[in-house]
Design a protein around this ligand. Structure first.
Ligand SMILES: NC(=O)c1ccc[n+]([C@@H]2O[C@H](COP(=O)([O-])OP(=O)(O)OC[C@H]3O[C@@H](n4cnc5c(N)ncnc54)[C@H](O)[C@@H]3O)[C@@H](O)[C@H]2O)c1
Length: 112
């Protein structure tokens, strides 16, 4: 690998499985320090341990837990350089990422 992410810190949500886990492994193989956020502590911690990273149990539907995830990344490694927001929710009335608010249940923040 080319170490393209050497010295960088990457946060991956849903990093315990599937696309997220593959991304955790790839970013680590490219030199990144990886912080795994996952709602499921078993596979999430296993993924972080596999790459010598940090696991923070996180439900991405909770703004407070997401803030804690990124805060832990900064506190531990000093920065967040890459954010792979892989675990996500798709409210029924979702329109665009630019219009989607933080509120659970599909609350949208529209500027018009
Ligand atoms: N696999 C596909 O073909 C495909 C296609 C389009 C979109 N996606 C999207 O990509 C993302 C990953 O897909 P995947 O196939 O790797 O899924 P997966 O089920 O293999 O992995 C999802 C991971 O996210 C975690 N997770 C679930 N809810 C969470 C929450 N609220 N907070 C934090 N972590 C949570 C799970 O514990 C799991 O580790 C999903 O958002 C999925 O909808 C997948």
């Amino acid at each position: 690998m080319t170490e393209r992410f050497s010295g960088r810190t990457a946060v991956v949500t849903g990093g315990g499985s599937g696309i997220g886990l593959a991304t955790v492994r790839r970013l680590a193989s490219e030199g990144a320090r990886v912080v795994v956020g996952d709602i499921d502590a078993g596979p999430g911690k296993a993924a972080a341990d596999e790459v010598g990273g940090l696991f923070v149990q996180t439900d991405v539907t909770s703004p407070e837990q997401v803030e804690a995830l990124f805060g832990a990344a900064v506190d531990t490694y000093g920065s967040v350089d890459v954010a792979f927001n892989n675990a996500g929710i798709s409210p029924p009335d979702d329109d665009s990422i630019l219009d989607t608010g933080l509120e659970p249940g599909g609350g949208c923040r529209r500027s018009t």
